[in-house]
Design a protein around this ligand. Structure first.
Ligand SMILES: [Fe+2]
Length: 475
């Protein structure tokens, strides 16, 4: 490597990339994996293949690396691979970084011809396909077993818009619902919306215009509605042209929440308006009918401003994610009213990020949530140290904290079996131990996660913190 990685909190410790791709066929396990647990935990995250070109490095823009921990017959194996995007291949051939890792880094001369795609944000199994996704491009297909990259995928040319890193899979129909922002070009407020059936065939694709152009990281679906939340992390072409930041906190505009019926046209989207805030990740949403009224209930991890991006005037935000953690809140939208207001209540006094649920209840009334939080005062930084299990009926939480020097990531729920009650099963996550500089795959029993892991799989490498992961059941 021609130069070292610079000092940047998102390139240090377990945010730093790993340079090895490996296959570990059988791993040491402390404790016992559940006998009937059979599946793969896929994880994706930025893993820059070369150091940044300049000082303008952003965590979100490193090339994606996918990690797979496979569990079957009480045994576990591990594999990791970079996603071979056009950007990855061009840079590997050149033996150097060509595309910048900063939002305002133009890259080296000639790099503008390379398709920028990092495919680093999520890794989703649907309809027998494994999708590596960032939110600005078509998904990249990978082989679910070998992690071999199969290439950029546009659903046989039927959906060529950007594809969110957070598609939603309807547990009742098996459909995958998705959107893409800046659908008709950089800086446009246009959003695409699409649906594929359980086999991956496109059944719907249309485009609508949001109230303003912004970074739209996620959305929510229920069995009856689709919710498009638009937050003031704006993308303002005029500001960018004047040399201002590409994505910036811009509280002069309101939060706008668009809701439409699942079977309705995007022309029918109704916009609700609220205080400026930012949500990277909702936990879930559902539709209820009570006293003749139809309401949409949406639970989200809400920040008072967008983390990790500057103010519209270019001034920098706090770089530390522990400075303000997201509150877990519930928004209620009364679709029977004439108002554009919505109400908010705080669901837990434990803040956090990476909210997840028992996915069998995605879009349906549910009671169990899981997320990660930063609790330890003495070690505050950008990595989570505690897993939280929230009972939405009681508001009570149970927590697991692996101890000093350990960090955790997004918890993923795995049902004990297909007929298990909601939330009855396991939470799988990774526990990074700074002293050993290695990660463990850990299994917590949702009967009481505070008791600690029932199994710890010793991975042969550390897995950088990254963004998101999902469980593919092999049962
Ligand atoms: Fe995300």
């Amino acid at each position: 490597m021609s130069k070292p990685f610079p000092k940047n909190s998102f390139l240090q410790g377990n945010f730093a990339p790993v340079m090895a791709e490996c296959d570990a066929p059988e791993l040491i396990i402390e404790g016992e994996l559940p006998n009937d647990m059979a599946g793969v935990l896929y994880r994706n995250g930025p893993n820059p293949m070369y150091p940044p070109l300049g000082n303008d490095h952003h965590w979100f823009l490193g090339e994606g690396m996918v990690h797979a921990i496979r569990v079957e017959d009480g045994k576990a194996s591990y594999k990791n691979r970079w996603v071979r995007t056009d950007q990855y291949v061009a840079q590997r051939e050149a033996g150097q970084r060509l595309v910048g890792t900063g939002f305002q880094d133009p890259g080296v001369a000639g790099a503008e011809n390379i398709k920028r795609n990092v495919a680093n944000t999520n890794i989703v199994w649907h309809g027998g396909k494994l999708y590596a996704i960032d939110e600005g491009n078509s998904p990249v297909l990978m082989d679910g077993d070998t992690l071999e990259t199969q290439g950029s995928y546009t659903f046989e040319g039927k959906y060529e818009y950007p594809f969110t890193a957070h598609p939603k899979i309807d547990p009742q129909t098996g459909e995958m619902l998705f959107f893409g922002y800046m659908a008709t070009g950089p800086g446009t407020p246009d959003i695409s919306y699409g649906v594929v059936d359980a086999d991956g065939n496109v059944t719907r694709s249309e485009v609508f215009t949001a109230p303003y152009a912004s970074m739209v990281h996620d959305f929510i679906t229920t069995d009856e509605h689709v919710i498009f939340p638009i937050f003031p992390a704006t993308i303002d072409v005029e500001r960018i042209t004047k040399g201002g930041p590409t994505i910036a906190w811009d509280p002069q505009v309101s939060t706008m929440i668009g809701i439409m019926g699942r079977n309705d046209s995007t022309e029918t989207i109704r916009w609700f308006e609220g205080e400026p805030c930012y949500v990277y990740h909702p936990m879930n949403a559902y539709t209820i009918h009570e006293n003749g009224k139809t309401k949409v209930i949406a639970d989200l991890a809400k920040y008072s401003r967008v983390p990790l991006f500057p103010d519209a005037d270019g001034s920098r935000p706090p770089a530390d994610l522990s400075t303000e953690q997201a509150k877990i809140v519930r928004w209620t939208f009364d679709l029977s009213s004439n108002t554009s207001d919505y109400t908010e209540e705080v669901l837990s006094d434990v803040p956090g990020e990476f909210p997840r649920l028992d996915e069998r209840f995605a879009g349906l009334k549910y009671t169990q949530g899981f997320y990660a939080t930063i609790k330890r005062e003495e070690e505050k930084g950008n990595s989570a140290d505690t897993i939280v299990h929230l009972d939405l009926n009681s508001g009570q939480t149970k927590e697991w904290q692996p101890g000093v020097g350990h960090s955790v990531i997004e918890p993923v729920f795995v049902p004990r079996n297909q007929s298990a009650e909601e939330g009855d099963g396991y939470v799988v996550t990774l526990d990074y131990n700074a002293e050993d500089n290695l990660s463990d795959f850990v299994v917590l029993d949702t009967n009481d996660i505070s008791k600690g892991p029932i199994a710890r799989v010793k991975l042969p490498t550390r897995v950088p913190f990254g963004f998101h992961g999902n469980w593919r059941s092999l049962n």
